[in-house]
Design a protein. Structure first.
Length: 154
């Protein structure tokens, strides 16, 4: 993935931070070892829990964008949507595996749809958080080197 990405990282004190960290570092790698690593000989990739707000921010963007910032925003809006990453790997995910990952994530208490917008439901399941930190991460580097080069507290 060329360039950098903007991530929204949940507050460390929010329950979803712990739930997502456990899913990323233990639950999903244990259940899906091939899908969570770049090859069978490579250990799973661990990274901070986050929602990717945008990606492929070219370093040249810092020097200006051809057509100006509004053109960049227009192009970005049409090309990319935010998402929550739970694992990275080079192995294609089958529909069956995707359904199983969905089940495991929901069992952990994460709401994956608009079932309960606005925080938590009576069952203690979470669909989002308020606040957090925006990270600028050079995601054109190997995953082990994904560290923020700039942050902004919300």
């Amino acid at each position: 993935m060329p360039g950098s990405s903007l991530w929204l990282v949940p507050p460390p004190t929010h329950p979803l931070h712990a739930v997502l960290t456990t899913l990323i570092t233990r639950t999903l790698p244990a259940r899906f070892p091939l899908e969570t690593s770049s090859s069978p000989a490579v250990a799973p990739h661990f990274f901070a829990p986050h929602v990717t707000l945008t990606s492929e921010i070219a370093p040249a963007l810092y020097d200006g964008y051809n057509g100006g910032p509004q053109a960049w925003l227009r192009e970005w809006r049409e090309a990319y949507g935010p998402h929550l990453s739970l694992m990275y790997g080079d192995v294609p995910i089958t529909d069956e595996t995707l359904k199983e990952v969905t089940r495991v994530v929901q069992e952990a208490g994460v709401v994956l749809s608009e079932e309960t917008p606005g925080g938590t439901d009576a069952g203690g399941r979470w669909d989002g958080w308020d606040g957090g930190v925006i990270w600028l991460v050079p995601t054109d580097k190997p995953i082990a080197e994904w560290k923020p080069i700039a942050t902004r507290q919300l």
